[in-house]
Write a protein that binds this ligand. Structure first.
Ligand code: NAI
Length: 251
């Protein structure tokens, strides 16, 4: 499997303690980056840091809530202690409540928008100036297939992920000449705790069948795309939304 060399830099991975974020943190560390694993969950963060170190990589953990606007600055400062910050993967997210728009609880709506959209903005506000100072970098924002299409009972999630795509495109345009590239990734349904650890088999099958490949994806099928976009191999790619969805959106 291709490994893109990112050995002279640090990388922030939010939500790095679980699922897609964990796979991305491991992949970037294997590719040489010093990784700041940033997550709310201390136990999971420490486990991923230990896994990276056991494999010979460099990692530190940062426990915190991405919805704290000041958090972005602390993450940048912590990453810069490892190596110049040149990669950020804004990946932390939640699925949120499941209900039609007319019944969607307002608090639940606000929570999803705060974590899945506003926190990406808070993170980028701190990451972009640091990367410009370091001569350039790559930001990868975790959207979803639901950043391009809707899904019954997931209005807040879909609205947040559409927002992430728009935010990504605008930040990319603003930075087209600064050396900071900004892209979004849109995974299909991926087998992670976010999907529901104990999701009934019938529901898993329903979701799997919505993909042309008739199966769910794995975190390790998303992380190579993120590592590529994060690396200098993607030097002419900015402002775009990259699907990794088993053909979901092609139908
Ligand atoms: P996951 O639940 O396995 O991991 C998410 C991580 O984010 C957890 O470790 C959690 O502690 C952390 N987190 C949640 N809220 C946080 C906060 N406020 N501050 C700091 N950390 C926080 O989820 P998964 O599936 O790996 O999702 C990662 C990203 O991928 C999310 O943005 C999600 O929307 C997106 N995604 C997931 C898909 C899926 O089917 N699993 C499909 C498409 C996109």
């Amino acid at each position: 499997m291709a490994i893109y060399d990112v050995s002279d830099r640090s990388a922030i991975v939010t939500g790095g303690g679980s699922g897609i974020g964990r796979a991305v943190a491991l992949e970037l560390a294997r590719s040489g980056a010093a990784v700041l694993v940033a997550d709310l969950n201390a136990e999971h963060t420490e486990a991923v840091v230990a896994e990276i170190r056991a494999a010979g990589g460099t990692a530190e953990g940062l426990i915190g809530d991405v919805t704290d606007p000041a958090w972005g600055e602390s993450a940048v400062a912590a990453a810069e202690k490892l190596a110049p910050l040149r990669i950020a993967v804004n990946n932390a997210g939640i699925a949120g409540a499941s209900a039609p728009v007319a019944e969607y609880p307002v608090d639940a709506w606000r929570k999803v928008i705060e974590i899945n959209l506003n926190a990406v903005f808070y993170g980028m506000r701190a990451q972009i100036p640091a990367m410009i100072k370091n001569g350039g970098g790559s930001i990868v924002n975790m959207a979803s297939i639901l950043g391009g299409v809707g899904f019954d009972n997931s209005s807040a999630y879909s609205a947040a992920k559409h927002g992430v795509v728009g935010l990504t495109k605008t930040a990319a345009l603003e930075n087209a000449l600064t050396g900071v590239r900004v892209n979004a990734v849109g995974p299909g349904f991926i087998k992670t705790p976010l999907l529901g650890a104990n999701m009934p088999a019938a529901q898993q099958e329903f979701l799997a069948n919505r993909h042309a490949m008739k199966r769910l994806g794995l975190p390790e099928e998303v992380s190579p795309l993120v590592a590529f976009l994060a690396s200098d191999a993607a030097s002419f790619i900015t402002g775009s939304y990259h699907l990794v969805d088993g053909g979901y959106s092609a139908q």
